[in-house]
Write a protein that binds this ligand. Sequence first.
Ligand SMILES: C[S@@+](CC[C@H](N)C(=O)[O-])C[C@H]1O[C@@H](n2cnc3c(N)ncnc32)[C@H](O)[C@@H]1O
Length: 307
Amino acid sequence: MSSRSRLRSTETKKLRTGGDYLDFANRLLHAKGVAHGQGFLNEQEESLTLMSAATGLAWEKLPQCFKRELTEKERSRFVELLDRRILERIPTAYLIGEAWLGGLKFTVDERVIIPRSYFVELIPEIIPQWLPPVKTIKRVADICTGSGCLAILLAKYFPSAEVDATDLSGEALEVAKINVKKHRLEKRVKLFKTDTMTALMSGKNYDLIISNPPYEPESVYKKLPEEFKKEPKMSLVSEKDGLGVIRKLLKQAGKKLNPTGVLLIEVGGLRKAIHKNWPKLPMVWLATQDGLDCVCLITARDLQKIK
Ligand SMILES: C[S@@+](CC[C@H](N)C(=O)[O-])C[C@H]1O[C@@H](n2cnc3c(N)ncnc32)[C@H](O)[C@@H]1O
């Protein structure tokens, strides 16, 4: 099969069971060099997710189809999804219209980046260690909210807090609105279309501000696999050096934190660049499971030092 032609029926003719189709898909995804990292770690996770969409079986029930013959409808749906994943390089999350983060399901499509932030592991255990007791946290902000996933996770972990979430993309905010509604958080999560924190500057201060901003430099973006270029460019890149939103955020956040508050920013590969640009700004790099440690924490007091 050429890398740009549809799967022919001869290639799937001998396949019968869900297990046959999954093995086939795993081999093909691997052979065709499909890139992972948009909510899935490897081809197995992606093919199981596509199988779940094709059969309507929840993940935990998928073993039911491993040994049984797939129906005609299930086969053609699975092959169609696999075709689009491989040939058009559409990320699996967009093909099925949903993504999971921190045990929660979010609607996603091409208007938003696919959720995969380090904040999912930091919000439940690490961030509260830097704050007064969870129940006393009243105001939280999520800057660059995209699908709204982190704002929603924050609202779940800080049950007494109001969460303000911003994004410059009106399209992303349409998706965030769907997710806020789905999780029944309309009363506590408010969405703002604005550059970084601009629309929040006249309101009350926050106990916690987090942001997973666009941080890829143009040079990195250019080399990303095709799948990643299906995501909105503005969700990945911010100015030539990747620091555009971070620069604004560091200036704005200092004016908007309560005295015991903290700012956390996920910066990807920009750790060195951050130290180079703000050599005197004290920051703590929080440990994450994969050892990348690319989320920095800055206290309200230290942020005051930024002019
Ligand atoms: C890396 S995505 C993060 C989305 C979401 N927080 C997540 O973790 O999945 C960055 C988001 O920042 C938004 N964005 C880009 N430039 C912005 C700006 N100047 N002000 C506010 N949001 C911006 C993009 O539209 C995108 O939704």
